[in-house]
Design a protein around this ligand. Structure first.
Ligand code: NAG
Length: 364
């Protein structure tokens, strides 16, 4: 009897702790705010929408002052980005990096909670060797600029990579980086280790499914019941593609001696629509992927190689971006419509979580 009641008491505490936690914003759930669109809501409306959800951080591709200001005093973490085109001047001229920080960070911080600056997007896989060689110097100069105003410890500097920086990712234990990129990556990772900056990467199970469109692959990609995949290298069982991709990155980092660097998922998502020749886009699949991903993150179960912690993850994207070029799916990743209603419900709304909290207490 004593054991049962102890167990019940533990369960009760867990329920309360979990539900209180859920009622707040969750720093490990982020969203990408892409702005390649002509129909986006005003910045204040977007800020209010974000505040009504448990989304704890937002990533901007640039440093739009209107949205940065609108997020002031919200506590929401903000990632801002320096464009690939800014890299040559940031790398060659310390003043240029200082100017960048002076105009994009100092006017807003700390009221606006800027936590990360990403210098460049998918530069390592751009094929532009000139740009690749300037990446680390650019990051270093932005860091110097932050250090000189004593913000070096508060705001981290990183760069976002596509999964194509790995030439090997299956099974996850065999994950390794493109040998041609290793020299630059080594400099980058040494910098990141020293400055405790995260390695930011864009895993997309959606694209993995496109290259292997079988129904068991779809279930594996959508976190739905499936027989799983055993990693032949270490015997670990994978039940979803997200974990497999993130662990492949972990293995690649370990292979270079940098397993302690935090991995942050800068983008992942699933489109609701696409062209006729694209397999996988649908509201149902998008809702499964993002809804199950959020549940997975909230469970704090982690991945087979990094158990017990949630990977900070920015979902792509907040809204559809109607002016994005490329395949139809590129314009259809939004969690919300531009009239601020949900495109499909994935349980991010704070009030829906409070209902769940009451339910869980009631049913106890
Ligand atoms: C800023 O955002 C980060 C990441 O979401 C969070 O951990 C931190 O508590 C926030 N800071 C403030 C002052 O709200």
């Amino acid at each position: 009897m004593a054991t049962t009641s102890n167990l019940s008491f533990l369960l009760y505490l867990t329920l309360i702790a979990t539900s209180l936690y859920f009622a707040d914003s969750q720093s490990f759930i982020g969203v990408n705010y892409g702005q390649v669109a002509d129909n986006l809501p005003p910045p204040d409306a977007t800020a209010n929408l974000l505040k009504s959800t448990s989304i704890g951080k937002v990533r901007l591709y640039g440093a739009d002052p209107a949205i940065i200001k609108a997020l002031a005093n919200s506590g929401i973490g903000i990632t801002i980005g320096a464009a690939n085109g800014d890299i040559p001047s940031l790398a060659s001229d310390q003043n240029s990096a200082t100017q960048w920080v002076n105009s994009n960070v100092l006017p807003y911080y700390p009221a606006s909670n800027i936590t990360l600056i990403t210098v460049g997007n998918e530069v390592m896989t751009s094929g532009d060797n000139g740009l690749i060689s300037q990446l680390v110097p650019a990051i270093q100069n932005v860091q110097n600029a932050l250090n000189s105003v004593s913000l070096g410890g508060n705001i981290k500097v990183s760069s976002v990579h596509s999964m194509a920086v790995l030439t090997q990712s299956d099974p996850p234990s065999s994950g390794s980086f493109d040998p041609n990129l290793k020299n630059t990556l080594k400099q980058l990772l040494e910098f990141q280790k020293e400055n405790k900056a995260p390695f930011t990467i864009n895993p997309y199970p959606f694209f993995a499914y496109q290259s292997d469109p079988r129904s068991e692959t779809l279930a594996f990609c959508l976190f739905q019941p499936n027989s799983g995949r055993v990693d032949s290298g270490n015997g670990k069982l994978y039940t979803n593609m997200f974990d497999a991709q993130v662990d492949a990155v972990h293995s690649a980092l370990s292979g270079m001696g940098f397993e302690d660097i935090e991995i942050v998922v800068a983008e992942t998502g699933w489109p609701t629509r696409g062209d006729n020749n694209e397999v996988g886009p649908s509201v149902e699949n998008a809702k499964s992927y993002n809804g199950n991903l959020i549940t997975h993150l909230r469970s704090l179960v982690g991945t087979p190689l990094m158990p017990g912690k949630s990977i900070d993850t920015y979902i792509f994207a907040l809204y559809d971006e109607d002016l994005k070029p490329g395949a139809g799916s590129e314009r259809a990743f939004g969690l919300y419509k531009t009239d601020l209603s949900v495109a499909y419900d994935v349980g991010l709304d704070k009030s829906s979580q409070k209902v769940n909290k009451l339910k869980s207490l009631f049913f106890y």
